[in-house]
Design a protein around this ligand. Structure first.
Ligand SMILES: [Zn+2]
Length: 154
C-alpha cells in the first residue's frame, strides 16, 4: 500500500517537473505571481536608484565630483527612476487594481469620449436655421432650402 502511494506520488512529482518541458506554451500556475515578482524587482530597482541619487548628492556635497558630472549623472538617474515608476504604475494597476489611472487608460478614455461625441453628432445632424429641416451632420447645405449650414454651431 505504502509503496503504491509512493509510486503514485513520485509519478505525479515527475509529471509536474517535466510538464513545462513538454508543453510548448508554458503557462505558470498563477500568472499573477510572475507579475508580482516583476513588481518586487521594480520596487527594489527604484529603491536602489534612489539610493544612488542620495550617494551622488553626498559625493557632490563632499566635493568629490564636478558640476558637469554630477548634473549629468543625476539627470540620468532621475530618468531611470521615472521609467521604473511608469512601469510600476502600470504593473501595480494590473496586479493590485489600485485604481491608478495610467497614460494608456487615459488615452482609452479620451478615445471613447471622442467616439461618443462623434456618434452624437451623426445622429443629431444639423438643423437648418432657415427652415428647421434636419440635415445629415456631413452636409454643408440644407437639403430642403439649400441655405448654407453652419459647420460650427457653437
Ligand atoms: Zn433649410
Amino acid at each position: 500500500m505504502l509503496t503504491a502511494l509512493l509510486a503514485v506520488f513520485s509519478f505525479v512529482m515527475i509529471a509536474l517537473v517535466l510538464k513545462p518541458l513538454f508543453s510548448k506554451t508554458y503557462v505558470p500556475f498563477d500568472p499573477r505571481s510572475e507579475k508580482e515578482v516583476e513588481l518586487e524587482r521594480l520596487v527594489i530597482k527604484k529603491n536602489k536608484l534612489y539610493g544612488d541619487i542620495k550617494d551622488l548628492d553626498l559625493e557632490y556635497r563632499m566635493g568629490k565630483m564636478n558640476d558637469v558630472d554630477y548634473h549629468a549623472l543625476r539627470k540620468q538617474s532621475l530618468a531611470e527612476v521615472s521609467a521604473v515608476m511608469k512601469k510600476l504604475d502600470a504593473l501595480g494597476h494590473e496586479v493590485h487594481g489600485n485604481g491608478k489611472v495610467t497614460d494608456q487608460h487615459r488615452e482609452q478614455l479620451i478615445r471613447s469620449i471622442r467616439r461618443v461625441i462623434e456618434v452624437e453628432k451623426e445622429t443629431t445632424g444639423q438643423i437648418c436655421a432657415i427652415c428647421n429641416h434636419q440635415n445629415e451632420a456631413s452636409s454643408r447645405f440644407c437639403a430642403q432650402c439649400g441655405s448654407k449650414l453652419n459647420d460650427d454651431q457653437s
